[in-house]
Design a protein around this ligand. Sequence first.
Ligand SMILES: Nc1ncnc2c1ncn2[C@@H]1O[C@H](COP(=O)(O)OP(=O)(O)OP(=O)(O)O)[C@@H](O)[C@H]1O
Length: 326
Amino acid sequence: MTAIQTDALTKRFGEDVLAVDGLDLEVREGEVFGFLGPNGAGKSTTINMILGFLQPTSGSVSVLGMDVTRESLAIRQRIGLLPEGYEPYENLTGREHVQSAIHAKAADDDPDELLERVGLAPDDARRAASEYSTGMAKRMSLAVALVGEPELIILDEPSTGLDPDGVALLRSIIQEETERGAAIFFCSHILEEVEKVCDRVGILNQGELVALDTIDNLRSELQTGATVSAQLDAVPEPLDVASVDGVRTASVTDSTVDVEVSSSAAKMDALRYLDDRATVEDVRIDDASLEALFDEYTGHGSANETTTESAPAAEQRAAADGGESA
Ligand SMILES: Nc1ncnc2c1ncn2[C@@H]1O[C@H](COP(=O)(O)OP(=O)(O)OP(=O)(O)O)[C@@H](O)[C@H]1O
């Protein structure tokens, strides 16, 4: 089943702001879909339409085959949400947060098991969650998002505030969840993390989807290239590796040849060329970073900018808990 489908999804704010412009997107069962874009690109607006908090100006969105406007409560029972900037309720322990989500979703999870899974110690689980550190609150809201084995899990900036152990744990939980068939919608500014966990990415820029593919395919399409560094037993004279198709430049440092290529295919061609003329003792290939790709598609140097908060936080929190907003 398709987890999320948007057709020509559009949102205007007043006359002047076209926040989301004709978005066609499909997130499939069992995949981790990365949703990227610079500040103000329209990501939060899209998420809020997916969750039914904002009405589209035109176009449509369905989640798990259901219409978001008509069946939003049924959808919330079957999805998990980790909202950006989740603020725990005053005076509720971490365990009580998870328990109330279990209750709201009529699920039969064991709260202690979920809290253990996200690495929250039993003593901490019984403390007021409003006193939690950012990372602890993030772990708790991840436990809440996992309640009821959701078919779709929306993670908005899930790794922000997590320590390296937490990031590794998040990654393995994502893998386990996709293995049981859940789809993950992974919205993040941390490109390194996106690159590690996502099967496909969509890049939004000024409300428009400017890229939609696997990271590998986006690399080949843009020909952002790679650097092949080969350590040889002896550098051949003349080297002339620049004569290989797709090689941009080559330089030599001691016995290491660094070859910059313009496409994925040229990596192997350059390596074969060197291997025919010398013994390759070691090799390293650096593909263009997702950051470089992001830059190409959006004209922004980095996605790691300060975020603005435009999501209706109370509604997101209520949805994360599996219920309705007040
Ligand atoms: N309630 C609103 N009223 C008017 N304009 C809005 C509203 N919410 C968002 N916008 C505008 O819509 C555009 C997209 O904003 P949105 O918050 O969706 O971007 P974003 O990609 O989530 O950004 P960020 O990465 O900074 O969180 C921006 O120009 C923003 O100013």
